[in-house]
Design a protein around this ligand. Sequence first.
Ligand code: NAD
Length: 340
Amino acid sequence: MSHPNPLRVALFGAGRIGKVHAKNIADNSNVELAWICDPFVDGAQALVEQYGGRSTASTDEVFGDSSVGAIIIGSPTNTHIDLISRAQSQGLAVLCEKPIDLDIDRVREYQKQMAAAAAVPFMLGFNRRFDPSYGSIHARFVAGEIGELEQLNITSRDPAPAPPSYIATSGGIFRDMTIHDLDLARFFIPDIVEVTAVGSNLFSDYIAEAGDYDTATVLLRSRRGQIVTIVNSRRCVFGFDQRMEAFGSEGMLAATNVTPTKVLSYTKDVTAAAEPYLPFFLERYAESYKVELDAFVQAVQTGAACKPDFDDGMDALVLANAALESARSGKTVNVADDTK
Ligand SMILES: NC(=O)c1ccc[n+]([C@@H]2O[C@H](COP(=O)([O-])OP(=O)(O)OC[C@H]3O[C@@H](n4cnc5c(N)ncnc54)[C@H](O)[C@@H]3O)[C@@H](O)[C@H]2O)c1
């Protein structure tokens, strides 16, 4: 299937992440917003008025438009596989938000069907791979700057817990939140064989009542013994805490938190005090969503492979499930035979 430039795209979901994609599509001259589809059609229409395209509550109307070349899925997780399936059966390229689904059996089942079907471009929205700082650490590590990678330390703390309604359907901290860090770990070290996790309930009663954790640490070990540490919390009083260190035989590459400016304040009470960190993912990772969209469109238009792909999404979910199993059992989980 040939893909014209601009590529005509339909967006599913006009919620938090849908708004990000709608704006980035409008700002990218290689894509054109054809449709925004959301059962809450007023939300879709409000975005159409800002960014163009047409709004609809009807999935059939979108899939009936033969001018559409790709879809972007920003609807709730439990809608992803049905939309992927429908798009791929029509040969449409897909950029799908994480996670693919919460049920690994369903993901595996679909992957078998997908393998049998003709290859259609598919990218999973693990946007942190496209963050300029994390992407630069990765590129410089691949270029050999820090020698052999031995340890990877990732910190990811949300500013405040999501509301109870979100927690109830999130799939838990490992599949909802840690999954970004698990993919980032796999970006650097794909062959993870062991997962050990601990989870605690330290501050949120409703997260505990939902059978979930508010605080967690995950250790991953690769086939040759490299170690990844992921530190997560659903609360952080000083803001959205996003940091990474890649430590190797020849040095270390590190990215610290981002502030709106680089200005530091020195007074009689404090030294080197900076502004608050960027508040949450919409601000901290704004650039990554743009780069992600650009990478997707370029891959579709040039026929290059999409990365991260469906298997990356599946393997990150396997690691998230293993982390949950480990946190509950107190045992290390071997995943050597469960990942690609
Ligand atoms: N990559 C990231 O950083 C990131 C950030 C946030 C959310 N997400 C993912 O994006 C997805 C959506 O999350 P959100 O926070 O934007 O949710 P949200 O609740 O803010 O928005 C979801 C929207 O989808 C609509 N919707 C429901 N069913 C639909 C369907 N069948 N077709 C089209 N639209 C439908 C809802 O009416 C709502 O407007 C989730 O899978 C989530 O995990 C990813």
